[in-house]
Design a protein around this ligand. Structure first.
Ligand SMILES: [Zn+2]
Length: 582
């Protein structure tokens, strides 16, 4: 029997569709043709740039700098708060000063990298904490290959808050939540804007996350309305903390205030066949393939079961809700349930205490930090590596069928392009692959699989540089049963109606076969209306009509309806009913 696996499914109530946002548009109209793929790529091929994948991965690991991340965080402290409803007039404090600063950072990377990073606000109108107009900050690196109309988004929210959701006055440094993610996105834009990639990358800092994912929703809605082909979304929210919180998701955090500087948690929506979970697996696999060996400290990437931490949501969700694949990176510092109605509620993020660090010796210099710049840097490497891999990846094949045959589980796929190799992933009980096999052509047979295990299969194209496509659709071994039925039908294997029927003592059950085919065992099983098997007989299946005689044990089984089933190689293929009437 095939067993259904039950993973914990957490129903998250976050939903952004239906929010009233108007006038969503980029303030720099030059980015519009880039986002839709309607431009001449030669305009964005640099005179000096890095295009070789191996060189890019090495450069990424060497060029991303913990010290730059630290400097970036320190520069964000003087804003006092980055609350979505805070001051927009001051040049030094509040959300307005913060977004001008981030815009200028992106612009400086543009000018040092051959004017290839197009910077724009994404502006929208919506009433949030008495503020009516809001701006995400975006920086777009145009792709120069045939898939330049497909965009990859690396995002983090730059707004912050205190306990009260509309408190615009309190100090809200929001260093972990989410200056950490903002610094990561800025540092990636600095380093990656020198790379020459096939697909387009949008680096984005979002507003209004803390009041309901509003900034991310604005871009997701804009993409949907303007047919922008969003290929993948990487969301970074609380990605620098290594001090375990009270409710840190396992693995890696043994207890409160222990240190976990190794585990990275990748949250994504859906059950076993979700594209977002496929993206999370891809992020992990590409890390292992491309950059793990280059890193001194090697993170452990965990593909988590749920879309976000219990009771929480993030900026990946508005994209997933519109059918785009999206994942969230998060660190160990999870604390509390976010239930502000609970009088015992306390939180590490949405307070005045979410600061960068403390001055332990009173010399005016911070010397103990709550954000680990090395851990944050490793997260930046994981993000950059994933985005680069996706940006250079070949087209994804289509998994056509799984068939249970006497040679094993046959996996058949098609591809629009010729791939030097295909990677076939087999999964059973976890979100990770049990096995990945690399083969050159379809089909492939998995042999010696367990009969009582449920399997999920996907396939990827691997190009000449060893870069894999995003994984295909998933198929299950449940599907394989029905395709065995299709195979027997394609060979003209028909279970015929018994004769006579109704019957009073004996009846003949017949199977007609149009074409010889290979099999190991075939049998007819008779069962009661309640599903209890009362009789089994082998049957030989040659070309033509094949029969068995069934004698009913009338002293044991009463009048009524019975079922008879043909099974081939242990798998039921067809069932019919017959009536015993004495
Ligand atoms: Zn956050």
């Amino acid at each position: 029997m095939l067993r259904l696996i039950l993973l914990p499914i957490i129903i998250v109530v976050w939903c952004t569709i239906g929010i009233t946002q108007t006038n969503i548009h980029p303030t720099n109209p030059d980015v519009i043709p880039i986002w839709t793929g309607d431009y001449d790529p030669t305009d964005y091929i640099p005179s000096v740039g890095i295009a070789d994948p191996d060189v890019i991965f090495q450069d990424l690991v060497q060029s991303l700098k913990p010290d730059n991340l630290k400097d970036c965080l320190i520069e964000m402290i003087p804003f006092h708060t980055r609350h979505t409803g805070s001051d927009t007039l001051s040049n030094t404090e509040g959300i307005g000063a913060a977004r001008i600063w981030a815009h200028q950072k992106f612009e400086s990377f543009n000018s040092t990298n051959g004017e290839r990073l197009l910077v724009s606000y994404l502006q929208f109108d919506q009433e949030i904490c008495s503020m009516g107009r809001h701006k995400n900050i975006t920086a777009t690196l145009p792709g120069v290959g045939p898939h330049r109309d497909e965009v990859i988004i690396i995002e983090a929210h730059y707004d912050s808050r205190c306990h009260e959701v509309c408190d615009i006055e309190c100090q809200a440094h929001g260093m972990e939540d989410n200056a950490s993610g903002s610094a990561l996105v800025l540092e990636l834009a600095r380093v990656m804007s020198q790379y020459v990639l096939d697909r387009t990358i949008i680096f984005m800092l979002t507003i209004g996350e803390e009041q309901g994912l509003h900034g991310a929703n604005a871009l997701a809605q804009y993409c949907e309305d303007n047919d922008i082909n969003v290929y993948a979304v990487l969301n970074n929210d609380i990605v620098g903390g290594i001090i375990c919180g009270e409710t840190a998701s396992p693995p890696g955090c043994p207890g409160l205030n222990d240190i976990d500087s190794i585990n990275v948690r990748l949250y994504s929506h859906g059950f076993i066949d979700s594209p977002s979970k496929g993206l999370a697996r891809y992020v992990k696999l590409q890390y292992q393939d491309n950059v793990r060996d280059l890193m001194t400290v090697k993170p452990i990437v965990n593909v988590m079961g749920s879309e976000d931490r219990v009771g929480r949501g993030g900026d990946h969700i508005p994209f997933r809700e519109r059918g785009y694949s999206a994942v969230r990176f998060t660190s160990a510092n999870e604390h509390g349930s976010a239930d502000t109605s609970d009088p015992e509620y306390h939180d590490r993020q949405h307070t005045e205490e979410d600061i960068l660090g403390v001055d332990t010796d009173n010399d005016g210099v911070l010397d103990s930090f709550f954000v680990s710049f090395s851990y944050l840097n490793r997260n930046a490497i994981l993000n950059g590596n994933a985005a680069i891999s996706i940006a250079m990846s070949p087209e994804t094949p289509t998994l056509e069928s799984l068939d249970l045959t006497h040679e094993g589980l046959r996996v058949t796929w098609t591809s629009d392009i010729d791939c030097p190799q295909y990677a076939i992933g087999l999964r059973s009980e976890t979100n990770d692959f049990d096995t990945l096999v690399y083969v050159t052509e379809s089909p492939y047979f998995f042999k010696d699989l367990s009969d009582d295990q449920f399997y999920v299969v996907s396939v990827s194209c691997v190009d000449e540089y060893g870069i894999e496509s995003l994984p295909s659709n998933d198929l299950f071994t449940f599907d394989a049963i029905s395709s065995v039925q299709q195979v027997t039908q394609s060979h003209g294997v028909h279970l015929l109606q018994n004769r006579p029927n109704p019957f009073d003592d004996q009846t003949t059950i017949a199977v007609m076969v149009d074409q010889e085919f290979d099999y190991d065992t075939a049998e007819i099983t008779v069962s009661t209306a309640q599903g209890q098997a009362i009789y089994t007989s082998p049957i030989t299946l040659g070309k033509g009509i094949n029969t068995i005689q069934y004698t009913h044990q009338s002293h044991r089984h009463q009048d009524g309806v019975y079922y008879y089933t043909l099974s081939i190689d242990g798998l039921p293929t067809e069932t019919k009913t017959m009536v015993y009437a004495y």
